[in-house]
Ligand binder design. Sequence first.
Ligand code: S6P
Ligand code: ZN
Length: 184
Amino acid sequence: KSKILFPKAIFTNNLLTGESVKCDTRKLSDLENIFLDKEAFRNMDLQQTVYNVNSLLPVKENTPGGLFFGITTIYPGKVGNEFFMTKGHFHSNLDTAEFYWGVEGEGMLIMMDMDRNVWAERMFPGSLHYIPGKVAHRVANTGYRKLVFSACWPSDAGHDYKSIAKDDFAMRLIEKNGVPVLIK
Ligand code: S6P
Ligand code: ZN
């Protein structure tokens, strides 16, 4: 009765392949309200990819008890003095946590709790980050090459992008004198 099976997916060379793998691409044109410097934004090629997310969804969205796995690649770049970054979100199911870990390149994981306290953790190959429930999360690529990180989160977490679209993060990560700093 025993069987030897091929794995559900393969994660190699920072790519995930297999059944139930999906890929989402976020172009600069999808991120109009994310960046502060509107003038700089208007003068950029809006068709360029800022990041893509490769994810393995072995169960349906909202399944209690399941897990999702993803790999995000953020390309290097800035809009004005602000680093290319993800939209960022709270989970719709607020109590759900998530793991992120750095795979390639350098970046910063920016987190904000419900009292709007903001803090950040450096990301680099091997860095491991626990994002507690009720904490919004966003990642910026602070380096000169691709930033690749992986994530694992509950399949019933969901994404709440609206709160961030409405109230934003309380602080932003910009480059000042060649180094990343959080500003109000
Ligand atoms: C999902 C997890 C990641 C992000 C991805 C893109 O809970 O946090 O897979 O979806 O890094 O970021 P965002 O903010 O555009 O979803
Ligand atoms: Zn998340």
